[in-house]
Design a binder for this molecule. Sequence first.
Ligand code: FAD
Length: 413
Amino acid sequence: MAATAWDAIIVGAGPAGSALACRLRPWRRVLLLERTALPAAGAVSFAQRLAAAEAAALPAAAAVPGAPAAAPVAHAVPGTAAAPRIGESLPGAARVLLQRCGAFERFLAAGHAERGATVAQWDGETPVWFDQLRDPNGAGWHLDRVRFDADLRASAAEAGAVLVDDCGPLRVRRDGGRWLVADEASGEIHQAPVLADATGRTAAIARQLGLKRRVEDALICLHVHLAALPGDEDHCTRVCADSNGWWYSVRVPGSRRVLAFHLDAADPELRRLKSLPALLAKARRHGLLAEVLPAAADASVHARPAGSAVLDDAGLAAAAGFFAIGDAGLSFDPIASQGLFHALASAESAANAIEHGAEGAIAARAAFLAEMDAVHAHYRRRFHDTYAAPLRFGQSPFWARRRRPPAAADHAG
Ligand SMILES: Cc1cc2nc3c(=O)[nH]c(=O)nc-3n(C[C@H](O)[C@H](O)[C@H](O)COP(=O)(O)OP(=O)(O)OC[C@H]3O[C@@H](n4cnc5c(N)ncnc54)[C@H](O)[C@@H]3O)c2cc1C
């Protein structure tokens, strides 16, 4: 089968991938590949996509001999991904990034809750309040995460990016200055000078290219969505340090409250805390949590990797035309509340580099990599300061380990 030509192929239609598609699309032919089946989006066949591609061409499209020019295909607003997401927050500074994606009006219309204050028992047992009153960007939002992702995808599709959901395993290789991406299930082959890995923490494409992902911290997040107690209208984020980890709780859309505990993957208590009664009993030892949690409930506790991880620089520099954005390039500890902002910001930076085109590509890509390095270095300094603060747990392995420089590991987190 002949390869279909694109200007950029983006793998992963989470916030990073969709934001990059939104930013590139006005000038580029963009393919966005997503492994999850999204209701309605999957109804468009490859033949239909090709027919639409042939029916319209973009002014800036770089023609590749023998391959049809690609163009937008209308998709219905994609639905939801199945995995439960923890309630996440987005700082007010993300507004400008969403505006650049042309996604801000849709975002506002979604009615995400305004972010309330944070009350933390972190440095000591006395609760300390933080709010964003003086933040010129505004308080930010607590997201309905499923809606947020679906809306960004819809903006990308509306801008004209071609979204292919339910894709099969992808085989990627470099061939004559272009990236070739083969979908093993459908047999479709795509090619482009630019390839972006936006697959989140799996960094599936980067790892297929042999790039090393260094897990800096094997943190696990146990989380559960509970029915909010009657009268629970508290929209503060509650954070508590504990001897072997830290807690997070906040109201999320749909009269629910999320409870999360972050601990070491090797902690012997991990297994026991996957049972909701054990998790609730441990959480309720903290007054700050006990007042908003039920004594008992019926819900599933989910576990997900949540520690920091970063792609190896040296390998990245050598992979011309390749960009790792969002969690695929750099994953943050949830205490930083930075992952979604980084997803949007790294997409913006990658788009700026890609827009430099062939002449400026090498320097622009080097600038992108240098910026990601600087973000990582700044994050690491903040990380150590944050984890050094709860002095009362100074001897506990969980806290002591995070004060030391991270140990290298070559597996995905
Ligand atoms: C416990 C926890 C709490 C968090 N809290 C916050 C918070 O409060 N604020 C915040 O800003 N961030 C938070 N984060 C981080 C935030 O969730 C991530 O940073 C964000 O989801 C990254 O977006 P992304 O687009 O890079 O990746 P993802 O959201 O993971 O999207 C990746 C996409 O790629 C697709 N995909 C994966 N592999 C393939 C493949 N092989 N082929 C095709 N498609 C593929 C996936 O299906 C998915 O759609 C938290 C994270 C955790 C774990």
